[in-house]
Design a protein. Structure first.
Length: 260
């Protein structure tokens, strides 16, 4: 009886060890799969950003990026916040533009995590003043789970130099300031394990504003909790010249469609 009882106890103990080891192995495997899926989600966001940059000045052009959502979950997030761009002529407001802050996000699985919040592309700056800076910001962060997000809530403001324009009696110099913004528009949203983000350039909206000489143009960009300001002088312009501001809005439509 003692021999039988000992054998039963040993067998039970071994079974517990085997089941525990099996469970730990399964957890480890699941964690690896979720980490790999989250890495894939980051690559998808980076690919989306590259695609948008490629079609930014090609109206009606389009493209797509394939994605898999086995353990990750995509989101089209209308934050309810606005990005506001205001042009000032001294103390006088000349023009104001308001755009919704729409963000594409993907949440990782329960075991995925982000050790440190960081920007993969771009930054939190609201006003970019060189062509090499990215209008798109791809960020990974931890907030009740691991997330990666793509947003375009910023402008690029570039001094394109001085051009001579005929004023009816002769030519005079104008500062040329180019402001560019990408307006994200959400359309269809279908979540399946295999899906594709489709991107389409819906066209450009452009506006021109003229500033008289002696005015140090001021550009103010706001969104909740953040504000940035640039003046004509800070952009390298000459306030003694007239200034022409070209404001270009690129409308980008994003859909998520199921299927391979």
């Amino acid at each position: 009886m003692e021999t039988v009882l000992t054998a039963v106890i040993l067998t039970s103990t071994l079974c517990v060890i085997v089941f525990a080891a099996s469970g730990a192995a399964n957890d480890a495997t699941s964690a690896q799969i979720e980490a790999a899926q989250f890495d894939q989600a980051k690559n998808v966001m980076l690919a989306l950003d590259k695609l948008i940059k490629r079609i930014i000045f090609k109206p009606q052009s389009s493209g797509f990026v394939k994605a898999s959502f086995w353990t990750t979950v995509p989101h089209f997030t209308n934050t309810g916040e606005d990005l506001t761009i205001t042009l000032w002529n001294g103390t006088q407001m000349v023009r104001q533009f308001v755009f919704p802050v729409n963000i594409v996000r993907i949440k990782g699985g329960a075991r995925a995590s982000v050790a440190l919040d960081r920007d993969l592309v771009g930054s939190e700056s609201l006003i970019l003043t060189d062509v090499s800076s990215s209008l798109g910001r791809v960020r990974e962060y931890q907030l009740a789970g691991a997330w990666v997000a793509l947003d375009y809530s910023r402008i690029r403001s570039i001094n394109s130099g001085v051009m001579q324009y005929y004023n009816g009696t002769g030519y005079e110099p104008y500062n040329i300031i180019e402001i560019t913004l990408i307006n994200i528009i959400f359309k269809d949203f279908q979540v399946q394990e295999q899906a594709s983000f489709t991107i389409k350039n819906k066209g450009l909206d452009s506006t021109q504003e003229h500033f008289l000489p002696g005015s140090n143009l001021k550009i103010v960009v706001n969104k909740p909790g953040s504000e940035e300001i640039r003046t004509l002088e800070q952009l390298g312009g000459n306030p003694s010249n007239r200034t022409l501001v070209n404001f270009v809005v690129v409308n980008i439509e994003i859909s998520l469609l199921g299927g391979a």
